[in-house]
Design a protein around this ligand. Structure first.
Ligand code: SAM
Length: 524
């Protein structure tokens, strides 16, 4: 038997009863009966429709739900396995679980605290929304529930993100605060009379991070929070809680009337002491937001593979439109498609940067597509190894044509470059061309600063790309490794944050700089 547990379920129950009375009573006008039927259709169809339209739950969640609602909670309580008689209606369930998971995604939470886990349905739903290195701490009074949930957590790839701490939640909160823990999202869903204590403890002890969100379940408490004749202790506790939060200047709150009501509460940073840019963030943007490149357009040359491909992804992830430029049209197209799959605006352009016509066409197509270029990531380059005595003038010219002349042509707009001076391989023309790139960066960086153009370059150490796995270079890898204090080669992903930083407002005061990222290689 389903006990009506939410405002809508109670409405449906009342409408059904009213309609039954109207149908059984011959004296009731037909229109009243049909109006009751219409109201019933609207109310009773809602939850069912939300169920159907909300993304399906995962297999482990479905199993957890089934195991919970078919369990004999009466028996385990009588046998003394649980302290309290736990009602199966406690479970958050499909629609609310997916809502929580969505909130985890939207808030980009990495650390979550759940107060009141029951059988872990909400915990596992939220864990599914966490990144691989995210985690969720679930507080639960009943040790029996930890044992109940764990086997299903173990079946899910996300279960390992969940740590269950049994005992009174207030004690756990004290321990977490003492350990300096902080959370991006807190879900309060335990004993209603303690909601206010949990909430205050969390805010007073900084358990919620700046920009963190608290979600609270049952904040409509079967409509009792707004019904005048409420005497129910939990209903009154929630009424008082909602009012308290609504008056609290530290936060903003909305109540979403989903199921039994979910409050979403966010911390706001207001201070009477100071409100300067350091406190507020420049233009109100905290430091990580200042690395965002929303509304900017970037191109990356040599973006068909390796470092350039990683740069294209990084700039796109940070919010920029990205033109993927490569000599190899097919590779450029593939990377542009990868970017679109992630929701990044991208185009592919095939161009040889040593040819001025190609460079001009590259710039023209970007400008005609997006109206401007804000970030020039001049990554394309070639490397033909030979000892200086063997370096042909043809090799010198080809290397300089791409690495320096080509880069310079691109730079006649904007530039970010990556030179380096590796050894023991012999590569005179390459090294000299890259030294030229550093000088070019310094010169353009100073010359163009008054136009609002900043020019910086990145010098990576030895990067682990398909290039260095070539037959001829393979023997050198061991030698390089022994030269690198970091004990490994650079991965292309090691360079991504740097290019975003250089492209963003966060590096506003930086120009003509050569940012060396090489695991300490030049220090030995
Ligand atoms: C509404 S259920 C939680 C439902 C759960 N969030 C879900 O997703 O299904 C409330 C849970 O809070 C637990 N609880 C009650 N008082 C508690 C306390 N003081 N400390 C920790 N847990 C508590 C109960 O044992 C129960 O399992």
């Amino acid at each position: 038997l389903q006990i009506p547990d939410t405002p809508v379920e109670i409405l449906v129950d009342l409408l059904k009863k009213a309609k039954d009375i109207a149908t059984a009573n011959g004296g009731v006008p037909k229109e009243l009966t049909s109006r009751l039927q219409e109201a019933l259709d609207i109310a009773s169809g809602l939850d069912e429709y939300l169920e159907r339209m909300t993304t399906q739950e995962s297999q482990p969640l479905a199993e957890l739900y089934e195991k919970t609602v078919t369990h004999d909670w009466d028996r385990v309580h009588k046998e003394g396995k649980t302290m309290f008689r736990l009602p199966k209606e406690c479970i958050t369930g499909h629609v609310e679980g997916q809502t929580l998971k969505m909130l985890v995604h939207m808030s980009q939470a990495k650390r979550i605290l759940e107060i009141g886990m029951f059988t872990g349905y909400g915990a596992l739903s939220m864990a599914e929304g966490l990144p691989d290195d995210g985690y969720l701490v679930a507080c639960e009074l009943e040790p029996y529930l930890k044992e109940f949930a764990q086997p299903i957590f173990d079946k899910s790839p996300h279960g390992k993100k969940i740590r269950v701490i049994t005992g009174s939640a207030l004690d756990t909160l004290k321990d977490l605060a003492a350990a300096g823990e902080q959370f991006d999202m807190v879900f309060i869903d335990a004993d209603k009379s303690n909601y206010i204590n949990y909430y205050n403890f969390i805010l007073d002890n900084n358990l919620l991070r700046l920009r963190g969100v608290i979600c609270v379940d049952n904040s409509l408490f079967k409509a009792k929070v707004y019904l005048k004749d409420t005497t129910d202790e939990n209903g009154l506790a929630l009424r008082e809680f909602n009012q308290f939060v609504s008056n609290d200047p530290r936060v903003e709150q909305v109540i979403v009337p989903l199921r039994d009501g979910i409050s979403i509460i966010r911390r706001v940073s207001a201070s009477k002491i100071t409100n300067d840019e350091v406190f507020r963030g420049v233009a109100g943007r905290p430091i990580l937001d200042r690395l965002r490149l929303d509304g900017k357009t970037a191109y990356v040359t040599g973006a068909g593979q390796g470092i350039g491909r990683a740069f294209a992804h990084a700039l796109g992830e940070a919010g920029a439109n990205v033109a993927v430029v490569d000599m190899d049209q097919e590779k450029a197209e593939t990377v542009a498609k990868e970017l679109s799959l992630k929701g990044i605006n991208s185009i592919s352009i095939s161009a040889d940067i040593s040819k001025s016509d190609d460079v001009q066409r590259m710039i023209d197509s970007i400008v005609s597509k997006w109206g401007a270029v804000h970030i020039a990531c001049n990554n394309a380059g070639i490397n033909m190894n030979s000892a200086s005595e063997d370096t042909s003038l043809e090799e010198w010219d080809r290397t300089f044509n791409v690495n320096l002349r080509g880069t310079f042509m691109c730079c006649q707009l904007f530039s970010i470059l990556f030179p380096s001076v590796p050894h023991p391989q012999k590569q005179l023309s390459y090294n000299t061309s890259k030294a030229g790139v550093v000088k070019l960066t310094q010169t353009l960086g100073t010359e163009w600063i008054d136009r609002g153009v900043r020019v910086n370059c990145i010098s990576p150490g030895i990067v682990d790309t398909p290039l260095i796995h070539s037959e001829s270079l393979r023997p050198l890898v061991q030698r390089w490794l022994s030269d690198i204090p970091a004990g490994r080669l650079a991965q292309v992903t090691d360079l991504q944050a740097a290019v975003v930083y250089l492209a963003s407002d966060a590096s506003d005061y930086m120009t003509g700089h050569n940012l060396v990222i090489e695991g300490g290689q030049s220090l030995w």
